[in-house]
Structures are given as structure tokens and as C-alpha cells.
Design a binder for this molecule. Structure first.
Ligand code: 5GP
Length: 193
């Protein structure tokens, strides 16, 4: 997605430890016009009319999913919670996730009220690195008995192994920008699908 790539080149900041900071437009301050274009692109890549749930993970995925949902009429957004809370009661789907940015492992949880065998789920997230977050969300979809329609990622770091492993496993995965390298602070992209 050319608009996104140009924005990454203009405003993305490469940090130590293979981290790309995009907090001026994606996951701290959010550029809503760009997010609308991202939502439209996800719709183009995932035209399945059966999609009725968009599943993401708090916090950064929520804004992306909520805006994308406008292009999936009638769909609901469900976000997996990372923290235990008294508000999260009743039966839960649970999967462990190791955070790429924090290095810690925690459980992500979704109430069984909001996903079930009748649902067709599109999983969305901001970044794909080693694939832990997506794997956790896909485990939750599997536990619920819902059908996984696909996984959409805004920025995939193609030099980390997550995307390759998921594609090899046959997951319908589309990333709007795939970064090949951030070596020396210089960002280069792979041709998109
Ligand atoms: P994975 O689970 O695929 O290893 O990492 C994906 C998760 O880690 C995403 O949910 C995202 O929040 C975070 N993440 C991974 N790499 C980056 C990065 O380069 N920049 C930012 N801002 N977040 C990242």
C-alpha cells in the first residue's frame, strides 16, 4: 500500500532491537484518514461477505480494527484483553502470548460470549514480528469454533520469522507493508501482494 509505505519512510523511526516506531501516525497519535485508507485496503484484500467479527488485541489494534470495521458492514470488533480484570468474568478463551516489545509472557483473554461457531473472523493487528500475537489470537478463534477468514497486518517486519511461518501453515495472511530490512536505519520494502 503505497500511501502507507510513504508514511513509514517519512515518519517511521528505527529504534534499537529491530523496533520501528510509528507512534506519530499509527499507535500513539493516530492519523484517522490514513486508518480509513488502511480499512478500505483490508476490505479489498478480504472481500469475504461472511466476515462478521474483527478480532484484535489491546491496545494498538483497537483503533485500527474499529475504523476498518466500518468497511465490513454489520461486523463487530472484539479485542483480546491482556490484563486480568474483575470486569472480565464468566467463561473465557485464553492463549499465552510473549510480547515482542516487552519480552514478557501473558495470557490474552476473550469472553466466550463474543465468539462462537457461527462467526467468521478477520484477525487484524498493527505489527507482525515473530508472530506470537497472531498465533495467540488464532488459538482463541480455534477454541471458539469460529471460522478464520484471514489475518490482516498493517506493518510486517519480513526479516523476522512470523509471516513466513504463518504463510507456510496456509494462513490467509495479508500485510499492507512488508519491511525487508531496517539495517543502518534505512527502511526497505518487499513487493506487496
Ligand atoms: P509478534 O507477536 O509478531 O512478535 O509482535 C507483534 C506485536 O508486537 C504487535 O502487537 C506489536 O504491538 C508489537 N511489535 C512488534 N514489533 C514492533 C515494532 O517494530 N514496533 C512496534 N511499535 N510494535 C511492535
Amino acid at each position: 500500500m503505497e500511501l502507507l509505505k510513504q508514511r513509514i519512510l517519512r515518519d517511521g523511526i528505527v529504534k534499537e532491537g529491530n523496533i520501528l516506531k510509528v507512534d506519530s501516525f499509527l499507535n500513539h497519535q493516530m492519523d484517522i484518514e490514513l486508518l480509513q485508507a488502511i480499512g478500505q485496503e483490508f476490505r479489498r484484500l478480504f472481500p469475504d461477505p461472511a466476515i462478521n467479527k474483527i478480532l484484535t488485541i489491546e491496545a494498538s489494534g483497537i483503533g485500527i480494527a474499529a475504523i476498518a470495521a466500518q468497511y465490513f458492514p454489520g461486523s463487530k470488533v472484539v479485542f483480546a484483553k491482556k490484563t486480568q480484570s474483575k470486569n472480565l468474568d464468566g467463561a473465557l478463551y485464553t492463549a499465552p502470548v510473549t510480547s515482542f516489545t516487552r519480552g514478557t509472557t501473558f495470557d490474552v483473554q476473550v469472553s466466550t460470549k463474543f465468539l462462537g461457531p457461527d462467526d467468521h473472523v478477520l484477525v487484524l493487528d498493527d505489527f507482525l514480528a515473530k508472530g506470537q500475537a497472531l498465533q495467540g489470537l488464532m488459538k482463541i478463534v480455534a477454541q471458539s469454533g469460529a471460522k478464520l477468514a484471514g489475518c490482516g497486518i498493517v506493518i510486517e517486519k519480513g526479516f523476522q520469522e512470523g509471516g513466513r511461518a504463518l504463510r507456510e501453515a496456509g494462513v490467509n495472511l495479508h500485510s499492507l507493508a512488508v519491511i525487508d530490512s531496517i539495517d543502518g536505519g534505512r527502511i526497505t520494502f518487499r513487493d506487496e501482494d
